[in-house]
Design a protein around this ligand. Structure first.
Ligand SMILES: [Zn+2]
Length: 78
């Protein structure tokens, strides 16, 4: 399981790249530029987090319940 050298394949041309490489994880500056171009042109799809308003509402309700129950113990005078 223990490897002496960490290797990865260049995302652009699938050439094996050493982790110590100057352009890691790409094999060259050219491949890095190509990959960046793919990102810019929407070649990769980035999944966005799901925003569920109902879930947020539920969390808000839980927080409300917590504060109202703790406010009954304010007899310290501080
Ligand atoms: Zn490459």
């Amino acid at each position: 399981m223990a490897k002496k050298l960490k290797t990865l394949r260049c995302p652009t041309c699938k050439t094996i790249v050493l982790a110590s490489g100057e352009d890691f994880p790409f094999c060259s500056d050219r491949c890095r530029r190509i990959d960046l171009g793919k990102w810019a042109s929407g070649g990769y799809v980035i999944s966005s987090p799901i925003h569920d308003p109902e879930l947020l509402d539920e969390l808000d309700g839980l927080r409300d319940r917590g504060t109202s129950s703790s406010s009954g113990t304010s007899g310290d005078g501080e």
